[in-house]
Write a protein that binds this ligand. Structure first.
Ligand code: HEC
Length: 161
């Protein structure tokens, strides 16, 4: 084999290897998203409260409070025009919104659901959390509401459908 042939052969292997690597990556990505899909559900296919609680602690508690209590003086605007993180318990207004709003606010960030001109401090989690993981966090938050508050929020979903 002369040098030219050797180089051509090397290129051939590199090309084949590249293709194999890309297929491997696609398989990994495919199964990865399947994993994160099933990760958010329990055996009955319902959003998992245990996972929701763990993910809440990891991703939300730093702002919304370990006990869902929100940040101090959350009704008062901050110097930068934003507001502190509100509570997710019954003292806040999370339960004033339907599921679709809560999901979109978490996935796409507060700016996506804010009125025009409003500056939101709520980050987007679409790069961090799978949809089912978001639903499991919302299920955990709801599980902490008293029955009348949970019913009031649930009725907002019913009205939309
Ligand atoms: C960096 C701080 C921060 C983190 C972390 C954070 N949030 Fe927020 N969140 C906010 C702020 C600030 C607001 C108020 C948004 C506004 O003023 O638009 C908010 C608002 C919300 C709202 C709307 C509540 C309402 O009553 O309108 C939801 C729902 C929400 N967050 C869910 C979550 C969830 C779920 C997580 C974790 C996955 C999370 N947030 C993590 C800061 C944060």
């Amino acid at each position: 084999m002369n040098r030219l042939q050797a180089r051509a052969r090397w290129k051939y292997y590199a090309g084949a290897g590249g293709t194999v690597a890309i297929i491997g990556l696609l398989v990994a990505l495919g199964s990865g998203s399947n994993d994160s899909f099933s990760r958010g559900r329990n055996a009955e296919g319902k959003p998992s409260l245990r996972l929701g609680q763990a993910l809440y602690g990891q991703h939300c508690a730093s702002c919304h409070g370990a006990n869902l209590e929100g940040q101090p003086n959350w009704r008062d605007g901050l110097p930068d025009g934003r507001y502190p993180a509100p509570p997710h318990d019954q003292t806040g207004h999370t339960w004033h919104h339907d599921d679709d709003f809560l999901f979109r606010t978490t996935k796409q960030g507060g700016q996506a659901t804010a009125p025009a001109g409003f500056l939101s401090g709520m980050p987007a989690f679409e790069a961090t959390l799978a949809d089912d993981e978001i639903w499991s966090i919302l299920a955990f938050i709801k599980s902490r509401w008293p029955a009348d508050i949970a019913a009031a929020q649930a009725s907002k979903n019913a009205r939309r459908r």
